[in-house]
Ligand binder design. Structure first.
Ligand SMILES: Nc1ncnc2c1ncn2[C@@H]1O[C@H](COP(=O)(O)OP(=O)(O)O)[C@@H](O)[C@H]1O
Ligand SMILES: [Mg+2]
Length: 261
């Protein structure tokens, strides 16, 4: 359903993505794993058409969305939802108003219908009757769920998630992960998740794609990835400080090493 081909992206002299190829299948959950600073958000922005790659194509139903500009992207945008890493809710609007924004923007539906749609989306994320609260009155996990309800507002075919559980405690993280799995199973939504949370991917992914130094290091089912004999893959999934991936003890972060020279 989404096919990336030879995606390259530089920021100035720095190469962040150096030829990414993968396929995310329809109605499946694809996890793209990479370390912090490894270019995950950059790749996601390219996949949703928000950022142009320096090279390569992204096909959505055989349409190359990297060729589309401005309003040309609208038909594609209507079919996708995006859960941003920072939630990106508007604090001056209620939960209900936040969720209704994309519906008002893209459809001519009247207020009563929109109200019902908002209620349905909140029900889907387990937040019935929360529409009149403001984002500031909700916990981080609840804000994530509201952002997810908004991503679902236009009944997307595909939802993209950027680090959906980062900054959340383990229990709330599992709730969000289960929600992604449920949305996929119950509504048949194609889910594409970028994260560094390996265990989460192992639990619910149909396919895992591991990014390393701007390229795809490995691709397969969780079982295939676990069974990989590649020492870099093994270090990646076990998070061990010892192995082929060098590690800056001071930053506790692979950031610099994962960039292509
Ligand atoms: N707009 C930008 N201009 C310059 N450098 C950027 C920009 N966005 C991201 N970067 C850099 O590119 C690298 C990859 O960033 P990002 O895609 O956000 O990684 P991730 O989401 O995996 O943490 C980082 O080193 C980051 O600092
Ligand atoms: Mg990121």
């Amino acid at each position: 359903m989404i096919r990336a081909h030879g995606i390259k992206k530089n920021y100035g002299v720095r190469t962040v993505l150096n030829g990414i190829d993968f396929v995310a299948e329809r109605k499946k959950i694809t996890y793209i794993l990479g370390s912090s600073g490894g270019g995950k958000s950059t790749l996601l922005k390219i996949l949703i058409g928000a950022l142009k790659p320096d090279d390569g194509q992204v096909f959505f139903h055989e349409m190359d969305i990297t060729k589309l500009r401005g309003t040309g992207l609208d038909p594609f945008r209507k079919k996708i939802g995006m859960l941003f890493q920072q939630g990106a809710l508007l604090n001056s609007l209620t939960v209900g108003e936040n969720i209704s924004l994309p519906i008002r923007e893209h459809t001519p539906l009247d207020d009563n219908i929109i109200k019902i749609m908002v209620k349905m989306k909140l029900e889907l994320v387990g937040l019935r009757d929360f529409e009149d609260l403001y984002p500031g009155q909700l916990s981080g996990g609840m804000q994530k769920r509201v952002a997810l309800a908004r991503a679902l507002a236009l009944d997307p075919e595909v939802v993209f998630f950027d680090e959906p559980t980062s900054g959340l405690d383990p229990i709330v993280s599992s709730v969000i992960t289960k929600l992604i799995s449920d949305l996929n199973r119950v509504l048949g939504i194609t889910c594409i998740v970028v994260t560094h949370a390996v265990e989460e991917a192992m639990k619910i992914a149909n396919k895992i794609v591991i990014l390393y130094k701007g390229m795809v290091l490995a691709e397969g089912t969780p079982a295939e990835i676990r069974g990989s004999s590649d020492p870099i893959v093994q270090q990646f999934i076990t998070g061990s400080p010892d192995g082929p991936i060098s590690f800056h003890a001071s930053s506790r972060d692979f950031r610099e090493d994962l960039l292509v020279e």
